[in-house]
Design a protein around this ligand. Structure first.
Ligand code: AMP
Ligand code: MG
Length: 413
């Protein structure tokens, strides 16, 4: 049995980074940039007005005040999106709208509130303004040639907008991992098959595919494999078109648990088999024909928990993410938690925030087949190997499974 941390280091050390692909801008949302993005031009591209008002020469309006307005000749009306036809000369002004390019000759804007229309084509200026007043300068947001977004950056709506402002209608991002999901077991039937005596529905294929989707990767659900070497070999081979293979079941010590035999065959490799954790002790990791392969446990809760601990960070790493772990918070527990072994336990809990403090209560029975308790849970409390009992009122780290709780703290455990 190897410790969870060691097992995860092995996984993360063995997982390859995926290549890049070019996608349309919108499709890049939530993905990771695989190129440095340089600015092809200044943003904003030209000096422009931050206000509705008058573009003036600041020297012309020196000492202007309500009592002593400066009168300027208005030579043009300039809406946003147009360029002035003529420069602003001495004692002249151009009426300008927010966003319009500052005309040549002008070096400041006087807000409309500080002016009044004068006789004929003139304006009264009531305020002295310094050079560059109420102007947005060319390149003040982004300079031409600057690295605007670095490779590895997570693309959120702000980045989509930024990329759009640079004219980037497509962008290089890391590929999404294709993940083959193989359920093993003679007892399994497909979701729409009649449930004969002794059979159960292959629910792992769905929970795992949903987890893969939630991770931002692409699930490929393979046909169920029977508990025979031949069928397992064949079905595993169908997974080789994916980037990663996940199986569930058949990895324990029973006579029909043959997944580790597949990982021990020539051309394959098994890095570890038993991990010091609960649930999920028997589980394997290795590769088949070079493809990283996770042999997850069959029990529905164990397979989901093992996915959380090993597969999710591995897929995120492959897809270029730097934040690969769930948020972890320290929560006070509401009932004693006792352990009878020195494994690391992951206890399904309901986490809540009361007056800024996190409180966790278990979802009840923790059997590894009780999937309904996984559905009640929004966190996994982590009880370290050496800690045999945690008493009411003590704290434990809790991995947050439901990010909608709005918890942003993140750390490894
Ligand atoms: P195994 O490790 O293959 O012995 O599987 C352990 C238990 O997990 C089985 O007895 C089933 O009850 C359950 N199980 C295994 N595979 C699945 C699956 N794909 N969907 C739902 N339950 C499963
Ligand atoms: Mg089985």
């Amino acid at each position: 049995m190897i410790p969870v941390k060691e097992a995860r280091d092995i996984v993360l050390g063995r997982i390859p980074m995926l290549g890049a692909e070019r996608v349309e801008l919108f499709s890049a949302l939530g993905r990771v940039l695989a190129e440095d993005v340089l600015a092809p031009y200044d943003v904003p591209p030209h000096n422009n007005s931050a206000m509705d008002g008058y573009a003036v020469r600041s020297e012309d309006v020196k000492r202007a005040s309500r009592d002593n307005p400066v009168v300027l000749e208005v030579i043009e009306d300039l809406p946003a999106g147009y360029i002035s036809q003529q420069p602003v000369g001495k004692q002249q002004a151009i009426r300008i709208m927010t966003g319009a390019a500052i005309p040549e000759g002008a070096d400041a804007v006087v807000r409309v509130e500080e002016t009044a229309r004068g006789e004929g084509k003139s304006v009264l200026i009531f305020k002295e303004v310094p050079p560059r007043c109420d102007m947005r300068l060319a390149g003040e947001d982004i300079r031409q040639g600057e690295i605007v977004l670095q490779k590895g950056k997570l693309i959120r709506p702000a980045e989509i907008g930024l990329l759009a402002s640079l004219g980037r209608s497509s962008i290089q991002v890391y590929q999404r991992a294709q993940v083959a999901i193989l359920s093993t077991g003679d007892e399994l039937v497909n979701i729409d098959e009649p449930l004969q005596p002794g059979k159960i529905i292959n629910s792992n294929s769905y929970s795992l595919a949903a987890l893969v989707l939630e991770t931002g990767a692409i699930p490929i659900q393979l046909d169920i494999a029977k508990d025979t070497r031949a069928d397992l070999e064949e079905k595993f081979s169908h997974g080789l078109r994916a980037d990663v293979i996940i199986s569930s079941g058949g990895v324990s010590v029973g006579d029909y648990d043959l997944v580790k035999d597949i990982l021990n065959k020539s051309g394959s490799e098994m890095q570890f088999w038993k991990v010091c954790m609960k649930p999920g002790k028997p589980q394997a990791f290795g590769s088949i024909a070079g493809k990283p392969t996770f042999g997850l446990p069959g029990n529905p809760v164990s397979s989901m928990v093992s996915y959380e601990i090993f597969v999710r960070p591995a897929l995120l790493k492959m897809m270029g993410y730097t934040r690969i772990y769930r948020s972890v918070v320290s929560a006070t527990i509401e009932e004693d938690m006792k352990k009878t072994d020195k494994r690391k336990h992951f206890v399904r809990v309901i986490l809540r925030n009361e007056h800024g403090k996190y409180i966790a209560s278990t979802t009840g029975a923790q059997g590894s087949g009780i999937l309904s308790s996984m559905s009640k849970a929004n966190g996994l409390a982590v009880i370290e190997e050496e800690r045999m009992i945690v008493r009411v009122g003590e704290n434990v780290p809790v991995m947050v499974l439901d990010e909608s709780l709005g918890i942003s703290e993140t750390r490894d455990f």
